[in-house]
Design a binder for this molecule. Structure first.
Ligand code: PBG
Length: 338
């Protein structure tokens, strides 16, 4: 639909779109979207043991922090004005099992990291994933029964995992597992345990994407090529959009406080429909593969890194995201603050 600016105008040469664009001051005045540090969430990896402070080959510039390094990282992130971090664990193979038991250990690395960060940087928001993949030896987000990830058995463990994390001081619970009914189950169990003020940021529309590859390297959680065909029995098919809106509606009905679309750049249409159709904060996750693609092209000097980062993030904002999880958060905040 076109809206006529002036009924009497017959367009060019009376109308010249470039007039507003010619000077820098004017371009600044007419800019419709702006990225601020308030829009950013920095995902961070934490580990204990032999991989402390190790680099992730497929994610240049990102490492698996030790406890002490994650504290200094959190301090820096807070001082840059970034409101929150999202924490992910890398755990030793020997701690992984079929049912992801380590997720429920109240002294696991995530719990230790949350406590340490909340102790040292109490005002920095800490978001934690709810899903079993960092802790299972098969890499799936849930519990396998009869060769399939079992929805309802998984829900029982996920709600315990959520409680384990909030007991340590986690501020926002972010279920990323894509089981049916997880938001409601987790909401009820948070409320029963006295955490009725802890928000749920649901990964509502999480697509089965090749772009999570580098993240799985970071966590050491490659899903074994098995009969289960990756994570397609729970993550969404990239060809679908109506289904995403249905997922979001269900999560809102179940009590989600914020929702997320993931990945971001290939799913801007979904972010846009989500923000237009629902009155709830919409977040987008610029995932590991999106990060690595920009890094790799920039390393080859095929694109300008910082311009590519800014363009990708402003597109996500333009499509309607209230906030963005991005591995570039720290770098971008430094530039914004310059
Ligand atoms: C765990 C989880 C994944 C990501 C965030 N939480 C991976 C997956 O589902 O396999 C991916 C994030 C990224 O690629 O940056 N369920």
């Amino acid at each position: 639909m076109f809206i006529k600016n002036n009924e009497n105008s017959s367009g060019f040469p009376l109308v010249r779109m470039r007039r507003n664009r010619i000077k820098d001051f004017s371009r600044r005045l007419i800019s419709e979207n702006v990225l601020t540090t308030n829009d950013l969430i920095q995902p961070l990896f934490v580990t204990k043991g032999k991989f402390e402070n190790s680099n992730i080959d497929s994610m240049p510039g990102i490492k698996r922090h030790s406890l002490s390094s994650i504290i200094s990282e959190a301090k820096e992130i807070y001082s840059l004005g970034i409101p929150a971090i999202a924490l992910f664990p890398f755990i030793d193979e020997t701690l992984k099992d079929e049912i992801g038991s380590e997720a429920l250990n109240e002294n696991n690395i995530i719990c230790e990291a949350i406590k340490a960060i909340k102790n040292e940087v109490p005002k920095l928001g800490v978001i934690c994933d709810v899903a079993l993949d960092p802790y299972t030896n098969h890499g799936h987000d849930g519990i396998i029964i009869n060769h399939e990830v079992d929805n309802d058995e998984t829900l029982k463990v996920l709600s315990k995992q959520a409680i384990n994390q909030v007991n340590s001081g986690c501020d926002i619970i972010a279920p990323s597992d894509m089981m049916d009914g997880r938001v409601k189950t987790i909401r009820l169990s948070l409320d029963e345990n006295g955490f009725n003020n802890t928000p749920i940021l649901s990964y509502s529309a999480k697509y089965s994407s090749v772009l999570y590859g580098p993240f799985r390297d970071a966590l050491g959680s490659k899903v074994l090529k098995s009969k289960l065909d990756g994570k397609k029995s729970y993550q969404m098919d990239p060809s679908n959009s109506k289904e995403a809106l249905r997922e979001i509606q269900l999560d809102i009905d179940e009590g989600a406080d914020m929702i997320m679309i993931k990945p971001a750049l290939s799913y801007l249409d979904i972010i846009k429909s989500a923000s237009e159709n629902f009155n709830i904060p919409v977040f987008a996750y610029q995932v590991s593969g999106e990060y690595s693609m920009i890094k790799a092209a920039a390393e080859k000097k095929w694109i300008d890194e910082s311009k590519a980062i800014n363009e990708s993030l402003i597109s996500i904002k333009r499509s309607g995201a209230s906030g963005i999880l991005t591995y570039f958060a720290k770098e971008v905040a430094k530039n914004i603050n310059k």
